[in-house]
Design a protein around this ligand. Sequence first.
Ligand code: UDP
Length: 456
Amino acid sequence: MQTSSNPHAILLASPGMGHLIPVLELGNHLAAHHGIDVTIFVVVADPSISKSRLLGQTTATLKPVNVVLLPQVDISSLVSPTASVVAQIAAMMRAAVPSLRAAISVMSTPPTALVVDLFGKEALVLASEFNMLKYVFVTSTAWFLAVTVHLPSLSEKERHEHRVLKKPLKIPGCRAIQFEDTLEVFLDHPNQDIFPEFARLAFEMSLADGILVNTWRELEPSTLNELLHNKAFGRVTKVPVYPIGPLVRPVRQSLESDVTAWLDKQPKESVIYVSFGSGGTLSAKQTIELAWGLKLSQQRFVWVARPPADNNSRGAFFNSTSSIQDGTPDYLPEGFFTSIRGMGLIVPMWAPQTEVLAHESIGAFLSHCGWNSTLESMVNGVPMITWPLYAEQKMNATMLAEELGMAVRLGPREAGTLVEREAIKDVLMGAMDVRHKGGQKLMGPPRGPNSEQADV
Ligand code: UDP
């Protein structure tokens, strides 16, 4: 980057496309609308991935932003192979700090601000070393942020009542978290490694110069109000919270793909888009039930399909782009392809999602309810059918179905329960029926202020 008189911000993205995509978008936004020079450092879990391939999956408008892939680090000696995904990402981020430090120390324009995503807390130490302001970017809801910052204040008794007695967990200013929707951090994990990571995160956030969160006031008024003003959140109340959402990738108008070409031939609002995010996977049995459920529903669909992973709902988390391959998935049931001809399209591993959701043929989105996917659906006015898998997705699904009235539920309420093809068929048919009759419930996703992003 050439020396310039603009302020220079460093953004750090942790592994996983669901983390990288919003950080890239924030970088674009800061560079394009706020005259800030931006360098984005990316920690990748997959050493085989190249920068162009990684960015090819994300956005085409990165001209003002400098993107640097940090050298991949081997964490096999740092965490146990059975460690939670949260602990594995945290270990990668800790291991990346020295190379980030080295990169910053040779920059021609000294950076003035460091913005990290949730897992980037490990790097916040560099802010004081290089005299930078430090910000945490929460790529999720204010509800999730509130839970995170409140977590260290929860008593043993409250946690026990939630985990063991399955009582709802009360967080100031928010809808209580039902046990079925709870976060991994509140459950027993064999390695007991998630709670300490979150407690440290809450502590680091309380020392930040600001917290950016990808939501907006009209969407979560009481939670944001509570976060900004309520003493219940202790020290974090002193940290400014900036609701900067909805920050989503713009549609690449010039992008041509087999999916959009297929969608061009379908009637308006007739197609259900099915995707479980960048890393979500179903069990082998559930994949087969979903296939036949789609077929039985007699609805048109585009399904971003992945090889099943039993006992691991984020089987593709660390390698969702590197495994993109052509060819027919062999894990789908015998005869399925022939039976859906003309009606359904299977896309292996990865689809250009923002372009798909913006297409006028899309009528509904069967989604794992990751927050980026949710926002992409909202800004395109696409109602959702929820199938949450991990992280805070169950909370998102509840918010969408019960608070915002923009989704119907489909995925299992209890992990490991099989949703059978008939149930899938019924919900899909019902959702599309409501949509076509112009029903109230599924029709009105709340857009951001004038559908434009709020000022950062
Ligand atoms: N995505 C995509 N194509 C796919 C799957 C996912 O472009 O086939 C993008 C999607 O548009 C979103 C991100 O990957 O921006 C996934 O983020 P989200 O928060 O929804 O879920 P996560 O992957 O973090 O679980």
